[in-house]
Design a protein around this ligand. Structure first.
Ligand SMILES: C[S@@+](CC[C@H](N)C(=O)[O-])C[C@H]1O[C@@H](n2cnc3c(N)ncnc32)[C@H](O)[C@@H]1O
Length: 221
């Protein structure tokens, strides 16, 4: 099933946008070339984005030795927080469809990669359908609005979690005029998606930004 374009547009801000804005939004969804490098720099330095990423990793209460996957790591802020939380006996894996983001994230996390505690690769989230390692925790920050089949993708992520694993999906709606009410609607939709995908203990937390960000979390049985 494909997610309705309007549902994604209220998250990404691509709805009814002038073409320059649509082009910029596209760069945040798949950074390429010089403008993509600029988008990565903006994401890495914007205080709200730094806060959102640190907050999401904190909500997962990662423990030393755990294995974590981030989908759509962008410039790699959450990867760094996750690596610090799981420590030398844990691992962090990241996938992102952008080669430009892979380079920025790899630079930011070169020590963890050199130590063999972090592995990053270019891939679309749908590649996770093919199977492979299972993780204690999976996170995605401001990425879900770019997934064409949101519910199907959440099901793919569930299959990649170990029993008792946690999923955290954070969104700050970027559509023009987005308010706390937009955040509430997006959070409620995501909660329904997680429940439909079979997650237990589904709940949301909010971060006081303008508009607020929401992190929707669930656990596998
Ligand atoms: C708005 S950025 C957010 C980056 C990072 N999570 C952050 O908060 O700083 C979205 C990122 O997700 C990646 N992305 C979007 N759709 C994806 C998909 N279907 N599969 C893999 N990566 C994706 C993009 O390449 C981009 O790096």
């Amino acid at each position: 099933m494909t997610t309705a374009p309007d549902a994604n547009a209220q998250i990404t801000g691509a709805a009814a946008s002038p073409s320059w804005r649509a082009a910029l939004v596209k760069q945040f969804g798949h950074p390429t070339g010089l403008v993509g490098r600029l988008a990565g720099w903006i994401m890495a330095t914007r205080p709200s984005n730094r806060q959102r990423n640190a907050w999401t990793v904190g909500l997962l209460s990662l423990q030393p030795g755990e294995h974590v996957l981030e989908v759509g790591f962008g410039p790699g802020l959450s990867l760094a927080h996750a690596a610090a939380a799981v420590g030398p006996s844990g691992t962090v894996t990241g996938i992102d469809r952008s080669a430009v983001m892979l380079r920025q994230a790899a630079r930011r996390n070169r020590r963890a990669i050199a130590d063999g505690r972090m592995a990053l690769r270019i891939a679309n989230v749908e590649a996770l359908r093919e199977g492979g390692d299972r993780f204690d925790a999976i996170l995605a920050v401001n990425v879900v609005g770019f997934w064409l089949d949101r519910r199907g993708t959440i099901e793919i992520l569930r299959a990649r979690l170990a029993p008792g694993g946690r999923l955290a999906i954070t969104v700050q709606p970027r559509s023009k005029g987005a308010t706390a009410d937009t955040t509430r609607r997006v959070g409620a939709e995501l909660e329904r998606d997680l429940e439909a995908a079979g997650f237990a203990a589904v709940r949301s937390e909010r971060l006081a930004l303008d508009p607020p960000a929401v992190c929707v979390m669930g656990t596998t049985a």
